[in-house]
Design a protein around this ligand. Structure first.
Ligand code: NAI
Length: 399
């Protein structure tokens, strides 16, 4: 990473501009405190979303994609979804066009935030969600459309499919899940596990029902894991069968003490129970696109942080990454100075970690933690602080 990297930013729609202004001030102050002027960020504004349509006549100009490709990194606020035609979602288009295949969502608890569970402090997980495949690919055809009729006709007449219960009115979608797509995601999670010294990686899937797509994900993910220093659940179960549970637990403990990562898998519906019942058992999670969508939000809710959870979309092969606030444009409070900038600020924390500027990330995270603990909370968190008051408190805690 250069000392003066250019980072593209998309302010976003609705509350985007309000939260961005404050987040940028906090980022710059933390960089300055960390490096005393030796390193700094050159911010480059790029356009996307509703504001881009009014300013430059397009939702997602080619210049935006080119700039992110050239400079590698971007951070963005929320984008409104275009109404009628064009893109389904600009966020999805950005991820697809830059092939940002890993959606990374860390979820942990901040003291001072109200949570619906008894021990939110037990939650400390990072989710790697596959970002380019699955039913999210957007291949679906409307009920009774010519395409749906043709596809259903082909399935019934050429592939002897008899399981479509109501073929005349079924809308139909396609769920592609590939070995390449799974392996690169699993590799990203495993590399992260090694770099961060994680003890456990869990593959979450629904392979008991969707045997070839989600079952394929499970199979290819384990295949990838075998190239790493791991002790797998399969090995554990084999020892348990041959020598009993104590021997299996001992082997697992020994492997982990030698620095091996314990790799297991859990069915998605069970995992949604586990995050409520035994969150401390889990650490890193790799999963498919749709499961990841549900799990990230459910998990964020357990720490009361659905509005403050950050996210990143990364292609670890090209290095391109977009860090983003995970909430929407909040049209109901836009312009009122009430928005909580935490999700964007924590996305910045992820960005600085990714850049290798860990000292900047730690400073910001610590200052945000102190702010929340001090009871300075925005309205969505049950407080009365405005966006400015909340952000100024964070800035005042930076040191
Ligand atoms: P939303 O997340 O914008 O709002 C849901 C509720 O949460 C609202 O009551 C809002 O006031 C509140 N809220 C959200 N962010 C907040 C913040 N930072 N501080 C305080 N309160 C906050 O979801 P909604 O209403 O479903 O979507 C509005 C628009 O945002 C839609 O066009 C949607 O497509 C888009 N959207 C964009 C996303 C993105 O760019 N990553 C993600 C989700 C929605």
């Amino acid at each position: 990473m250069q000392n003066q990297p250019t980072i593209c930013y998309i302010e976003g729609d609705g509350i985007g501009a309000e939260i961005f202004r404050h987040a940028q001030e906090i980022f710059d102050k933390a960089v300055n405190l960390s490096f005393g002027g030796e390193k700094s960020i050159h911010w480059k504004k790029v356009h996307a979303g509703e504001k881009a349509l009014s300013e430059v006549g397009e939702y997602l100009p080619q210049e935006t994609l080119d700039a992110i490709k050239e400079h590698g990194l971007a951070i963005k606020g929320p984008l409104g979804t275009p109404v009628g035609g064009g893109f389904r979602s600009i966020n999805v288009a950005l991820r697809q066009q830059l092939d940002l295949y890993a959606c990374v969502r860390p979820v942990s608890y901040f003291e001072g935030i109200d949570s619906p569970v008894k021990r939110p402090e037990d939650v400390d997980m990072t989710i790697f969600r596959e970002n380019t495949e699955d039913v999210y690919s957007g291949i679906e055809f409307e009920s009774q459309s010519e395409e749906a009729k043709q596809l259903i006709g082909y399935l019934e007449s050429s592939l002897n499919v008899t399981k479509i219960r109501f073929p005349k009115t079924s809308a139909i979608g396609i769920k592609p899940v590939s070995a390449e797509g799974t392996k690169r995601l699993a590799k990203a999670a495993l590399d992260y596990a090694v770099a961060q010294n994680k003890k456990r990686l869990t593959f979450v899937h629904k392979g008991n029902i969707m045997k070839f797509t989600e079952g394929g994900f499970r199979h290819w993910a384990y295949e990838t894991a075998n190239d790493y220093p791991v002790f797998t659940q399969l090995e554990y179960l084999q020892i348990k069968q041959e020598a009993g549970i104590e021997a299996a637990n001992k082997a697992k403990e020994e492997a982990q003490s030698q620095g091996k990562i314990y790799v297991d898998d859990v069915i998605a519906d069970n995992f949604l129970q586990q995050i409520l019942l035994n969150p401390s058992h889990y650490d890193l999670v790799a999963t498919l696109n749709l499961n990841g969508d549900y799990i990230s939000d459910a998990l964020a809710a357990t720490v009361g942080g659905i509005g403050i959870s950050p996210g990143a979309n990364i292609n670890y092969e090209t290095g391109h990454a977009i860090f983003e606030a995970t909430h929407g444009t909040a049209p109901d409070i836009a312009g009122l100075g009430l928005a909580n900038p935490s999700s964007l600020i924590l996305s910045g924390v992820m960005m600085f970690e990714y850049m290798g500027w860990g000292e900047v990330a730690s400073k910001i995270k610590e200052a945000l933690g102190k702010t929340l603990k001090s009871g300075c909370l925005t309205k969505d968190l049950g407080g009365t602080a405005t966006t400015s008051e909340f952000s100024e408190r964070i800035a005042s805690y930076l040191n």
